[in-house]
Design a protein around this ligand. Structure first.
Ligand code: F6P
Length: 376
């Protein structure tokens, strides 16, 4: 394999806290340990296609490690193997423009890529590797839904935001004897709602893996009333659905690999509960994008730095085509072919989503604590 003298970084998909720690880890090790150059493609694969990049050196990454977001920006729309072009009538046509991206790399003497992203972004990373581009992947999502890694950076910071918000919401719910519904992200999995809700003393947690019955939720509120606890906090995952019901779709983004955007189920539940509960006002808060930003937590800083340095080590040791992941307390490696591109709900050993186990320890713990999942 050709010696690697210059690499490109791509941050794709929705952003999250910890991306800058990854970038910082890669650049510091690239310059200090390997003496190689780094560029960052701006706005994910969009930058690779348009040859839009910035040079990353020790000055550029100084003081960024704790900051949310990504200094090279991100995009969750640009699949270069199926790139969208808007036609005059407003519809889209799709073409494979990956060769243009590879030409851009050659023009700038970029020898290899480190791609940071979720399943969609890493599937393209695998496809570039199949076309001969040396690529190493770094998994990223606030949703904690990637089965190939115990956890990703961004998840812990999002949980901190949820817990801090629930602490604040408790005081106002208590003062006004209100029921407050708090919607959190997570796509088709309930990790953020479950772990955030339990840690933030929610009374009800509604997650996609356990379809709910609102009558059971009302019973929980009434049970609390009977004990003189005249307020309740309901944490609902954006992917939660009623028994025999379906998810609440907020938007369909045509030119995105994962086109369906969830959201709004919290508002729906609030409206329904207003009709069902007489003695409380019901209010709604959606934590939404607050969960994606914020000062990076200690856990996510360290994980981001470790992922960044390990990804570069892997690349420099001839490990292209692999992805770093967190297992136990170690960073290990796995082939991209094995773990990506299985789709949102693929049924494979490591592909598809990583779901909350409705019979698992955390759910059982929560139930022992008296938290309702709206199911019994
Ligand atoms: O996957 C991360 C995530 O924040 C999900 O939790 C959420 O459903 C989605 O991205 C939102 O996407 P967008 O930024 O396109 O609204």
């Amino acid at each position: 394999m050709k010696a690697i003298r210059k690499i490109g970084i791509i941050t794709g998909g929705g952003d999250c806290s910890g991306l800058n720690a990854v970038i910082s880890g890669i650049v510091k090790a690239a310059v200090g340990k390997y003496g190689i150059e780094v560029v960052g493609y701006r706005r994910g694969y969009f930058g690779l296609y348009h040859n839009d990049f910035v040079t990353l050196d020790l000055d550029t990454v100084s003081g960024i490690m704790h900051e949310g977001g990504t200094i090279i920006k991100a995009s969750n729309k640009d699949n270069l193997f199926n790139y969208h072009f808007k036609k005059d009538d407003g519809s889209y046509e799709y073409r494979d423009v990956s060769d243009i991206a590879i030409e851009n790399m050659k023009k700038e003497n970029v020898d290899a890529l480190i791609v940071v992203g979720g399943d969609g972004t890493l599937t393209s990373a695998r496809d570039f590797h199949r076309k001969g581009v040396p690529v190493v992947g770094v998994p990223k999502t606030i949703d904690n839904d990637l089965p190939s890694t115990d956890v990703t950076f961004g998840y812990n910071t999002a949980l901190e935001t949820i817990v801090e918000s629930l602490d604040k919401i408790h005081t106002t719910a208590h003062s006004h004897d209100r029921v407050i519904v708090v919607e959190v992200m997570g796509r088709n999995t309930g990790w953020l709602a479950l772990e955030g809700g339990v840690s933030g003393s929610a009374d009800v947690v509604l997650i996609p893996e356990i379809p709910y019955d609102l009558e059971k939720v009302v019973e929980k509120v009434q049970e609390r009333d009977a004990r003189g606890r005249n307020f309740s906090i309901i944490v609902v995952s954006e992917g939660a659905k009623e028994k025999d019901g379906d998810v609440h779709v907020r938007d369909v983004v045509e030119d995105s690999p994962d086109s369906v955007r969830l959201g709004g189920v919290g508002q729906k539940i609030t409206d329904q509960l207003e009709e069902m509960i007489e003695n409380h006002e019901v209010r709604y808060t959606n934590l939404s994008y607050l969960q994606r930003g914020g000062t990076t937590s200690q856990f996510d800083r360290l994980l981001g730095l470790r992922f960044g340095v390990s990804a570069l080590d892997l690349l420099m040791q001839g490990g292209a085509g692999k992805m770093v992941r967190y297992q136990g307390r170690d960073i290990t490696r796995v082939s991209l072919e094995e773990v990506v591109g299985k789709g949102q709900t693929g049924e494979t050993s490591e592909g598809g989503d990583k779901f909350v186990d409705p019979e698992g320890q955390i759910v059982r713990t929560a139930k022992s604590l008296g938290i309702s999942f709206g199911d019994e």
